[in-house]
Ligand binder design. Structure first.
Ligand code: HEM
Length: 341
């Protein structure tokens, strides 16, 4: 969420679009390369920056007036959905350039602690449940990884402001603590500023969306945008890779107890497609032909349009189990607590 100086609130989506173009590795290539050079991507990035071939990303924003989130036809905080560009066009904001490599890997890289809850005035989180979880989870990981005073490490400390936190002593405290470090307190110490948080009623307008399960809306279905993406945006090869990758992951250690209910649903659907599936498919097509809604074709922009290859002639999946995801090697961080991120 953005709040401007006048107090007007907006919901925003950030789009960092690569200026390098999009390329990909097949699972086979990735498996092989991971065995030959686990730092393949890092090396590519390091060498490009070293040689002055700085990678850039153009930042675009989609901006939704605060009130529109209440009634938009699907839940805008469901991160599995795109906001159609026809409703919320991309507005170009600037360019991010990576123009310097770190010179001390431990100090500047291993100790770097990024967290979505590091926010400056005017920028806040949204009721996107995944983002809310990330709002506490990264900081927890940093405390476990680097100690409770990780914000004092120069690479993490703000350049113009003193570091304040609720931790007094503990690992890595390097700046003398000024009592009290807790709030509320009776000694003129730090005070929480609820005007910047949910307590200020910033989200109250969204009612149920904030604390309880999402309330479905007219166009809130799980298949519309995803189906359009698979059927209309991906070409036959991309679809093949998607199926192979999903199957590879599912068959790599997911227990039968977890898989069985999903398999039952899929078998049932294959035998007897449900009416809402067929309706969803028609709806998806209609949206695309009217060029207004559905999956954001602009977003998937560089993918080839569907080639119209009938299912029977599409390449078959290689191998019964699909491809296995590459094994992670050489993790630079104590990643025991790291969920897939
Ligand atoms: C849209 C979804 C998400 C995105 C785009 C995302 C992105 C990332 C990225 C780019 C990293 C850094 C990886 C690296 O340093 O190699 C990361 C790490 C991490 N992510 Fe996520 N993540 C997402 C979801 C989540 C969720 C749902 C959680 C937990 C509730 C989570 C917890 C973490 C943690 C704990 C780390 C490690 C932080 C550290 O020690 O530096 N992430 N994530």
């Amino acid at each position: 969420m953005w709040v401007n100086a006048g107090g007007d609130k907006f919901w925003v989506k950030y789009h960092f679009k690569t200026d390098q173009g999009i390329d990909f590795l097949t699972q086979e290539d990735a498996d092989r390369i991971a065995g030959e050079n686990a730092d393949y991507h890092r090396q590519d990035l390091f060498e490009a920056i070293r040689d002055g071939d700085f990678p850039t990303w153009t930042l675009h924003m989609q901006i939704m007036p605060f009130e529109e989130a209440r009634t938009y036809r699907f839940n805008p905080f469901d991160l599995t959905k795109v906001w159609p560009h026809a409703d919320y066009p991309l507005i170009k904001v600037g360019t991010m350039t990576l123009n310097r490599n770190v010179t001390d890997f431990h100090t500047e890289m291993e100790q770097a602690s990024f967290e979505p809850n590091n926010l400056v005035p005017g920028i806040g989180l949204s009721p996107d449940k995944m983002l809310l979880a990330r709002g506490f989870s990264y900081a927890d990981a940093h405390r476990a990884r680097l100690g409770v005073n990780y914000k004092q490490i120069p690479v993490n400390a703000a350049k113009e402001a003193e570091v304040h936190s609720y931790s007094k002593d503990g690992v890595g405290r390097t700046v003398n603590a000024k009592d009290p470090v807790y709030a509320p307190n009776s000694y003129g110490g730090p005070a929480a500023d609820p005007s910047r948080t949910d307590d200020a009623g910033l989200w109250a307008a969204d009612g149920d969306m904030v604390r309880s399960a999402y309330t479905p809306r007219a166009d809130d279905d799980d298949f519309g945008q995803a189906g359009t993406m698979v059927r209309e945006v991906l070409d036959a090869d991309a679809r093949e890779r998607l199926v192979s990758n999903v199957a590879g992951h599912l068959s790599d250690g997911v227990s039968d107890a977890v898989l069985a209910p999903g398999v039952r649903v899929l078998e049932e659907r294959r035998r007897r497609p449900r009416r809402e599936d067929r309706a969803g498919r028609r709806r998806g097509r209609r949206r695309l032909t009217h060029g207004v809604r559905g999956a954001s074709l602009d977003d998937a922009g560089r993918a080839q349009p569907r080639e119209g290859v009938p299912a029977s002639r599409r390449p078959r999946r290689r191998g019964r189990r699909g491809h296995r995801p590459p094994r992670r090697r050489g993790r630079r961080r104590a990643a025991a607590a790291r969920p897939p991120g």
